[in-house]
Design a binder for this molecule. Structure first.
Ligand SMILES: NC(=O)c1ccc[n+]([C@@H]2O[C@H](COP(=O)([O-])OP(=O)(O)OC[C@H]3O[C@@H](n4cnc5c(N)ncnc54)[C@H](OP(=O)(O)O)[C@@H]3O)[C@@H](O)[C@H]2O)c1
Length: 325
């Protein structure tokens, strides 16, 4: 029997993995396999910053495999405001998960990094060899340093004990169950929420920044499939970038246009160029992924965005929207 523990199982990526495991045909490429027990946990089951609670959680489920997603996560503005929280919470969470997985003799742990952890000044496209080649962007140095340490720990666990610990590096993720709280949301869910409010209240839809920066977005349900594939087929300590191709960058303006269309918004729509843009672009290469996985079809951006907008509109009352506006 394999017991697969998914930390952060209540978040954007965790709920997408749960959705895929529960909806793909049993025994299929991404569906549940015989002998697998999947456990999805959120912070109400254990605060993974806490050593004692983390130990109890691992003793309770005795996982053989871990997909480690739990993290303090947020967009540009909250990262700039709370650098120490992002550094400390994530260091504690990661150390507790890896240490307990090691103590229990887990067969594999895949932890989640992010393309945000890369150096600010680096040659593009990003690839798996460039994580530690310079300082991260000043706006998110707390989060970035904590996440980079996971890769360092994975290598140390492998070298000292032979543990099969590795990491995945997704680009910007979006999908159902995202965080739509305007105080802390990433760019796409923030655009969706702002546009929703503009439509509801008859106010202008104002997008922060120039709209010019480019990003690679991955649909959470595609990412979920890639995690499931990695769990079964990828056994290397070196990280793996999980992303759409470099030729699929989308500008913030294109993303905002797609949100306007999906919401059917017809009111005033403009850009506030006094607000920060963040990095202009940071393309990541998915060459290594494609060379290993063979065939894989990503959901087209507009379709994934439409599905997410629909989910958000239908679940507004229960979605993570922060304080009522
Ligand atoms: N979203 C993105 O664009 C993106 C991009 C690249 C990488 N990532 C990475 O992907 C992973 C998942 O992110 P996400 O977007 O799914 O985040 P999310 O929706 O904010 O979910 C975070 C998850 O972590 C859990 N968590 C937070 N603090 C915890 C704690 N102290 N103890 C236990 N659990 C805790 C939350 O539990 P509760 O909800 O129950 O509190 C939730 O299940 C993270 O490692 C993140 O760094 C995300």
């Amino acid at each position: 029997m394999s017991v697969i523990l998914v930390t952060g199982g209540t978040g954007l990526v965790g709920t997408a993995i749960k959705h895929i495991i529960e909806t793909e045909p049993e025994g299929s490429r991404f569906g549940k396999r015989p002998g697998e027990k999947w456990v999805f946990i959120g912070s109400s089951e254990a605060d993974l910053r806490n050593q004692e609670q983390s130990k109890k959680l691992f003793e309770k489920y005795k996982p053989t495999h871990v997909i480690h997603l739990a993290a303090l996560v947020g967009g540009l503005f909250i990262n700039m405001k709370k650098k120490l929280d992002f550094l400390r919470d994530n260091i504690l969470i990661n150390d507790n998960v890896l240490h307990n997985a090691h103590e229990l003799g887990c067969k594999k742990v895949i932890s989640c990094l992010s393309t945000c952890v890369y150096p600010d000044k680096v040659d593009y496209p990003l690839d798996e060899t460039k994580i530690h080649l310079g300082l991260p962007h000043e706006s998110n140095f707390g989060y970035a340093h904590a996440k980079r340490l996971v890769d360092v720990q994975n290598h140390a666990y492998k070298d000292q004990f032979g543990d099969n610990f590795t990491s995945a590096i997704p680009t910007n993720v979006f999908g159902p169950h995202d965080n739509f709280d305007l105080e802390s949301a990433h760019v796409l869910p923030a655009l969706m929420h702002k546009c929703y409010l503009a439509k509801k209240n008859g106010t202008p839809f104002v997008v922060w920044g120039s709209g010019k920066p480019l990003r690679q977005f991955i649909y959470s349900r595609d990412l979920a499939k890639l995690f499931i594939w990695m769990l079964r087929e990828y056994d290397d300590v070196e990280p793996l970038i999980l992303s759409v191709g470099e030729d699929e960058e989308v500008s913030i303006k294109q993303a905002a246009d797609a949100v306007v269309k999906a919401m059917g918004f017809t009111g005033e729509y403009r850009f506030d160029t006094t607000k920060a843009d963040g990095q202009f672009r940071k393309p990541a290469s998915n060459k290594k992924l494609l060379s290993l996985i063979g065939d894989f079809e990503f959901t087209p951006f507009d379709k994934a965005l439409e599905e997410t907008v629909q989910w958000f509109q239908q679940n507004y009352e229960n979605a993570r929207i922060g304080k009522p506006r």
